[in-house]
Ligand binder design. Structure first.
Ligand SMILES: Cc1cc2nc3c(=O)[nH]c(=O)nc-3n(C[C@H](O)[C@H](O)[C@H](O)COP(=O)(O)OP(=O)(O)OC[C@H]3O[C@@H](n4cnc5c(N)ncnc54)[C@H](O)[C@@H]3O)c2cc1C
Length: 312
């Protein structure tokens, strides 16, 4: 309340310097302030996450074989019917800000539910990272505050495109909704190339989901796992599995394509598809070093104009 008793309405669209996490994100909140959600407006509802909102941890799971990687599932913490007029809209390619005290860090949901106001993130804990320490300790029913959505990616299904998505490690997570958005729309004639970089197969997250995508005519993927290593003498000598390795073949699923070297400029050229019509779009998901090196090399090799390159 103000001094004269008027209800002070918080402007959810006002962004201040202190809203930035200070990590130099490509899509900083100061340049990409959360906007009203068209989907929410159409539904006659309010997007609950436009201002910091408390979400309850519903489920926490560690990745098999790596306890530093967590799958976290959050739901809106409101227990009353007060927020029946709300939905949760985090469009594909957008991230949200987690706030604990003065500490801010961005995270990119890989699954969201509009009506139930739930979302999931995949988190890689960084040694000695301040937010990682909080997230390592977080338990079901704990409440954390998030705000967003932040980003500039827009997809128009009416424009047919060749979309190249290059993802590194856990950053494959936010690329799943981008792929889903195209494949789930039968009228969308865009084609997708999903190039996933990880040290080895154990660190390729969402392999099942990628195989589900592979059932669609307009989706292709390739996994780049240069440090895949079995215990055979020949592969130990080579320093990594060889393309003809039997153990590697056995660990692959139907239609899974794997390359045992890094994704470099020459390899990127193999994915160029000049004969296929459509606007070229490139999406790079990874840390800032990966975005920089891969962004330049891939845009050149795949013939993508700079204005159609998106860094998540
Ligand atoms: C737009 C955006 C979206 C993000 N989405 C996710 C996400 O969905 N899941 C997730 O786990 N993280 C994500 N991150 C990274 C996340 O925001 C934090 O940086 C991370 O959780 C570590 O936070 P921290 O406070 O523990 O450590 P920090 O103080 O942030 O970092 C500790 C050390 O780890 C390094 N580091 C931080 N992040 C990475 C990384 N991704 N790869 C390699 N080194 C890194 C830092 O350079 C630093 O040296 C995202 C970052 C951005 C910019």
């Amino acid at each position: 309340m103000t001094a004269d008793g008027e209800q002070k309405v918080e402007d959810v669209f006002t962004i201040q310097e202190s809203d930035c996490c200070g990590n130099g994100c490509t899509n900083c909140i100061l340049d990409n302030k959360p906007r009203p959600s068209q989907r929410a407006l159409l539904a006659g509802k309010r997007n609950i996450i436009l201002k910091y909102t408390s979400f309850r941890l519903l489920q926490r799971q560690t990745h098999t074989g790596d306890d530093q990687v967590l799958f976290l599932h959050f739901g809106n913490a409101a227990e009353s019917d007060d927020e029946d007029d709300c939905v949760l809209d985090i469009p594909p390619g957008h991230h949200i800000m987690l706030r604990i005290g003065f500490l801010l860090r961005p995270y990119s949901p890989y699954w969201t539910d509009f009506a139930s106001k739930e979302f999931k993130i995949l988190v890689k804990l960084q040694p000695d990272g301040p937010m990682s320490q909080h997230l390592a300790a977080v338990q079901p029913n704990d409440r954390l505050e998030f705000r967003g959505p932040i980003g500039n990616y827009r997809h128009d299904p009416a424009v047919t495109k060749c979309i190249y998505i290059i993802a590194q490690g856990v950053a494959v997570a936010p690329t799943l909704p981008l792929v889903g958005q195209v494949l789930e729309n039968e009228d969308d004639m865009s084609r997708l190339w999903h190039l996933v970089c990880a040290p080895d197969l154990q660190h390729v997250y969402f392999r099942d989901q990628l195989l589900e995508f592979a059932k669609y005519w307009n989706y292709r993927s390739c996994l780049y796992v240069p440090r895949q290593q079995c215990g055979s003498d020949a592969c130990l000598k080579a320093g990594h599995c060889r393309q003809e390795c039997d153990e590697l073949r056995r660990s692959l699923r139907y239609k899974e394509r794997v390359c045992l070297h890094r994704l470099d400029a020459n390899e990127l050229k193999q994915h160029a598809t000049p004969a296929i019509p459509g606007l070229r779009v490139l999406i790079i998901a990874g840390d800032s070093g990966f975005q920089r090196t891969m962004g330049e090399a891939a845009a050149k090799a795949l013939g993508v104009a700079q204005e159609n390159v998106y860094l998540l």
